[in-house]
Design a protein around this ligand. Structure first.
Ligand code: THU
Length: 157
């Protein structure tokens, strides 16, 4: 028997001004994208913004449905949209932001497991780490250098 030790490091920025201008822009794009969310059921408005190698920013927001499981998270809306409309272009980073009056969103919100799985497959296929910026309403932002920070082990076929 031996142990596998899995370690993650997250860099925590106390406010947006501590980020590079490019990262501030990406986080702001994610914040703006929350306005496109359709979340009448959860009232949890999520925005995701992807930075492509071309410099383009692709956004997504959560889209809910009265048949609850039919909805989709902001991250997957953005990633699948990039997969379809920008096939083959590398994704350098993703910023995720949340707005909600009903839920506590002061601290950065962590993506759900299904979105991590989807994002990690994009990362594996492109063979380049995707940096993740998680923004909280208190201004704090987590910077993860790759998907492995959040999900060290990935399901794959
Ligand atoms: N949601 C996201 O958009 N991203 C996540 O990572 C977690 C949850 C959405 C799904 C649903 O519309 C609402 O937030 C509440 O779960």
């Amino acid at each position: 028997m031996h142990e596998l030790k899995l370690e993650s490091i997250i860099r925590v920025y106390e406010n947006l001004q501590e980020l590079s201008i490019a990262d501030q822009t990406l986080v702001q794009s994610a914040k703006d994208a929350t306005k496109q969310a359709y979340a009448p059921y959860s009232k949890f408005f999520v925005g995701a913004a992807l930075l492509l190698e071309s410099g383009e920013i692709i956004t997504g927001s959560n889209q809910e449905n009265a048949a609850y499981p039919s909805g989709l998270c902001a991250e997957r809306v953005a990633f699948f949209s990039a997969g379809h409309q920008h096939k083959g272009k590398q994704i350098l980073a993703v910023a995720i932001a949340v707005v909600s009056e009903e839920h506590r969103v002061a601290e950065p919100v962590i993506p759900c497991g299904a979105c991590m799985q989807v994002m990690s497959e994009f990362q594996r296929i492109q063979q380049l780490p995707i940096r993740i910026l998680l923004n909280g309403n208190n201004g704090k932002t987590y910077n993860c250098e790759s998907l492995q920070t959040l999900m060290p082990l990935q399901f794959r076929l």
